[in-house]
Design a protein around this ligand. Structure first.
Ligand code: ZN
Length: 143
């Protein structure tokens, strides 16, 4: 997919700083603040309750947040689709939010089921989807 964007955003899971990462540096990304490695799967970074809000507010790009838990079986199926979408849509920021043991946060975000996808524009929720999607419906959701 064509894109003129060259960067994404990711939270540091150690110090919670929000990093702007050029796509070319994703494989060896380290936090500007604490030098910890920032791990990506394709172009999907991981976020937590601690840094998710900052990530949404900092990103100057449309951000897709994928809320999941390690115990969610449907999420295991959906992971690879989400990761694939991240390299096909370089103009967006993809993050996976692990919400295991974060019940107050899940309640705050009003997440009723997993997987849950929420698309944010300019820091605000634009739309959300519950349940797994096929490639086509994911493509439509992203647009
Ligand atoms: Zn850091």
């Amino acid at each position: 997919m064509e894109s003129n964007n060259d960067h994404t955003f990711a939270a540091c899971l150690k110090c919670h700083a929000i990093n702007r990462v050029l796509h070319q540096y994703v494989p060896q990304a380290v936090c500007f603040n604490c030098q910890s490695p920032i791990k990506f799967k394709k172009l999907v970074s991981e976020s937590t309750e601690r840094n998710f809000k900052d990530l949404v507010q900092t990103s100057d790009l449309v951000l897709i947040a994928y809320f999941s838990t390690p115990s969610c079986m449907a999420c295991k199926i959906f992971n690879s689709q989400f990761e694939k979408a991240s390299i096909e849509n370089l103009n967006l920021v993809f993050t996976k939010v692990n919400i295991q043991g974060e019940d107050p946060f899940a309640a705050f975000m009003e997440i009723k089921a997993y997987p849950c996808l929420i698309l944010f524009k300019n820091g605000f929720e634009e739309k959300r989807h519950y349940g797994i999607m096929n490639d086509l419906s994911l493509k439509e959701f992203i647009q």
